[in-house]
Design a protein around this ligand. Structure first.
Ligand code: SF4
Ligand code: SF4
Ligand code: FES
Length: 512
């Protein structure tokens, strides 16, 4: 016991912040060590990047240090006494803001960052309501950094977050600060745009509206956006994401959601802009030789009855982009129809490695979930009369099945050959329109919520449940994804004890 206390004394420090005494980790910077207690205003500090200490917004008063100290680069010491609410600190913050705003344009009414801008927030808290600056502001032209990113030079506060990201996380290193003093700005090397697959992250981490996403430019005021926690389905990493929709339910942007066990603060541009490709050429109403022209309700009934009639003569082909819940019901359907299950493989690709981030080479979102839920799978679909295709790859492909001579009942998101060839083809919901869960390549289970309703009015889970009902199993018909997950957790040991509620925002790892 005495030894344990001695070890603890070595690794922690006692710090007094605004009169409250706390134990913090030794060696940490003040801004991190007391973050659970106090939010220190900052611009250049980012927990995922190295410390630059250049914006001076995080100044606090530390007893024994004559001038205000920057909390992002002041290491905690045992017995340290600091003040974040005193007049000296407030005055230091006011002065820093006055400097930062000298050349800053009054763009808030047209700036995309407005509403989530750290300059707005801290000016409101610590700034002053008028400028004493009577000279002309220094101005410079905007610059296009890449197909996705625009740089508004006048709004930049030279915090270097974007430069450090490109150096430390991406490794591309193609951003740099040029010029001096109030002419400082970020720039790219001539003829070398930021054409890396992590480019969108610099827009997220820019604390002001200097880096702008072309996709979102002048699209929406952020305070009208509804935020939904979701998971990226574009590779087996399953980055945690946030989907922003407007009041009409249109998806306006997708951004990473902090999850240190999966993607930290980042995501790639494949996932960020996936919706543009997914929404193209989308199947929105029933198709196929017998399904075309039918209402969704009638087409689902036809699909379900044909699936039930194929008992003993069918295979069920499941997409590796299906959720755990969809896979669980697909397996139940296969059992009911005495059918084997085959999985639909996406095209092979290589991992894309950055300095501190990796896009998985396995583009299947839920291969781990499939292995746990579907059990043994069969290869090939040529030995049966009917193939029930529950979801395809995101591009609408299912190569093995497209070659098959069997009768096809297809649930797909794209108008492609498969949908045209099918007896009945039903529109599948996009990932933004579904709810459920995935297991990533690291056995991490995460839940995703529905950001907007399926365009066809029917979700994939509901369609599979209708097929089960037609096959004589009605118990899944009115269950939500969370209800199906509860049943799955009772049956499949890897998910034992989990529920949508227990998965929460960050998910849980499957126990060995
Ligand atoms: S563009 Fe944004 S992130 Fe980059 S230095 Fe300027 S303010 Fe900082
Ligand atoms: S790394 Fe994979 S999961 Fe993450 S955003 Fe990119 S495609 Fe999506
Ligand atoms: S956050 Fe500390 S100096 Fe910028």
């Amino acid at each position: 016991m005495a030894e344990a206390v001695a070890t603890e004394q070595k690794t922690t420090a006692t710090v007094t912040v605004d009169g409250a005494t706390v134990e913090v980790k030794k060696g940490e910077m003040l801004i991190e060590a007391i973050s659970h207690l106090k939010h220190i205003p900052h611009y250049c500090y980012h927990p995922g990047l190295s410390i630059a200490g250049n914006c001076r917004m995080c100044l606090v008063t530390v007893e024994g240090i004559p001038k205000p100290a920057i909390a992002c680069a002041t290491e905690v010491k045992d017995g340290m006494i600091c003040h974040t609410l005193d007049d000296k600190t407030a005055e230091a913050r006011r002065i820093v803001l006055e400097f930062l705003l000298i050349n800053h344009p009054l763009d808030c009414p047209v700036c995309d960052k407005s509403g989530e801008c750290m300059l707005q927030d801290f000016s409101y808290e610590y700034g002053q309501d008028r400028s004493r600056f009577e000279e002309h502001k220094v101005t410079a032209d905007n610059k296009v950094f890449s197909d996705h990113v625009i740089y508004d030079t006048n709004r930049c506060i030279s915090c270097t977050r974007c430069v450090r990201f490109m150096e430390e996380i991406d490794g591309f290193g193609g951003l740099c600060m040029v010029q001096r003093g109030d002419h400082s700005k970020v720039d790219i090397f001539p003829g070398r745009p930021v054409d890396t697959l992590l480019s969108g992250n610099i827009v997220d981490i820019c604390p002001v509206g200097a880096l702008l996403s072309k996709d979102f430019l002048y699209q929406h005021r952020v305070w009208w956006l509804e935020k939904t926690d979701s998971v990226c389905p574009m590779c087996s990493k399953n980055c945690s994401i946030e989907i922003d929709t407007n009041l009409e339910g249109d998806v306006k942007r997708i951004r990473p959601r902090e999850n240190e066990r999966v993607n930290e603060w980042w995501m790639c541009d494949i996932g960020r802009y996936a919706l543009t490709d997914l929404a193209e050429n989308r199947l929105e109403s029933p198709a196929g030789t017998e399904g075309a022209g039918k209402s969704m309700k009638d087409a689902i009934q036809l699909f379900a009855s044909k699936a039930a009639e194929a008992k003993g003569k069918a295979k069920v082909a499941v997409s590796l982009f299906a959720s755990n819940e969809e896979m669980f019901l697909a397996k139940k359907l296969a059992d009911k129809l005495e059918a084997k299950i085959a999985v639909i493989e996406p095209a092979k690709s290589d991992a894309i490695k950055f300095r501190k981030f990796e896009i998985s080479g396995d583009r299947a979102a839920n291969r781990t979930g499939a292995a746990l839920i579907l059990g043994e799978t069969a290869s090939g679909v040529d030995d049966v009369e009917t193939v029930i295709v529950l979801g395809t790859n995101p591009d609408g492909s299912a190569p093995e099945i497209a070659k098959s001579k069997a009768k096809l009942l297809v649930l797909t998101n794209k108008i492609a050959d498969l949908a045209k060839k099918a007896v009945v083809a039903l529109p599948a919901a996009l990932f933004t329109e579904r709810e459920g869960s995935y297991v990533n390549h690291d056995n991490h289970v995460q839940r995703f919520k529905r950001a907007t309703f399926p365009k066809s009015g029917f979700g994939d889970l509901q369609i599979i449940a209708e097929c089960l009902k037609a096959a004589g199993e009605a118990r899944y018909a009115d269950l939500s994804a969370s209800g199906v997950f509860d049943l799955l957790a009772k049956e499949i040991p890897a998910f034992a004890g989990m529920s949508h509620r227990s998965l929460g925002k960050l998910g849980e790892k499957i126990r060995d």
